[in-house]
Design a binder for this molecule. Structure first.
Ligand code: ATP
Ligand code: MG
Length: 180
């Protein structure tokens, strides 16, 4: 599974549509302070289903929508898409390429898509569970995350090992079954 492309518009500082192609190997994003480097990783975590707005450095959901500037009016919605090469079939869907999209309108309405078909947030979680890109995964390590992991309670740290061991989806299914 290879991350191929990130597209965003109206997300945080990205008033215009941005597109980042990820090649094989390492991609570095460099730029001055405040230029939007961390906003790129925020966009990745958001489209993967991050619901904790504080961890995206906002106070309310709307804070991730471009607020406008002296030259630009605020965006009405934020949209982020992430495209994966799935020729190795790591993602459990019969597509060679998979694009997930998340959109949030100022009205608070939010939408999720897998290859342009509307889906639920839960479908996104299920798609990535145990791939190392799940919502609680450590594929994206933000500033402070290392300290959080070291200082976490043992039971919380255990979740991390469960995700790495690939058993998260069974725990989620069990939790759901117990609710029924
Ligand atoms: P550093 O090197 O200091 O870590 P960075 O390149 O990681 O900087 P970011 O934190 O990604 O920078 O970007 C912060 C910028 O994004 C700030 O200028 C902030 O005003 C802008 N920003 C954040 N949310 C929004 C929003 N909703 N609308 C417009 N701009 C926003
Ligand atoms: Mg930063």
């Amino acid at each position: 599974m290879l991350l191929k492309r990130l597209e965003a518009f109206g997300f945080k500082s990205f008033a215009d549509r941005i597109e980042i192609e990820f090649d094989k190997g390492i991609t570095s994003i460099v730029g001055p302070n405040g230029s939007g480097k961390s906003n790129v990783t925020d966009a990745i975590r958001w489209v993967l289903g991050e619901q904790n707005i504080r961890s995206l450095r906002g106070n309310k959901a709307e804070d991730i929508i471009f607020t406008g500037s002296s030259l630009r009016k605020p965006a009405g919605a934020a949209e982020v898409s992430l495209t994966f090469d799935n020729t190795d079939g790591k993602l459990p869907l019969e597509f060679q390429e998979i694009t997930i999209t998340r959109r949030l309108f100022r009205s608070g309405e939010s939408e999720f898509y897998i290859n342009k078909a509307r889906c639920r947030l839960k479908d996104i979680y299920t798609l990535f569970a145990d791939t190392g890109l799940g919502k609680d995964s450590i594929s994206v390590i933000s500033q402070n995350k290392v300290d959080d992991i070291l200082n976490a309670k043992p039971e919380n740290r255990r979740l991390l090992f469960e995700e790495c061991a690939g058993i998260t989806k069974y725990r989620d299914r069990k939790k759901e079954a117990m609710r029924k």
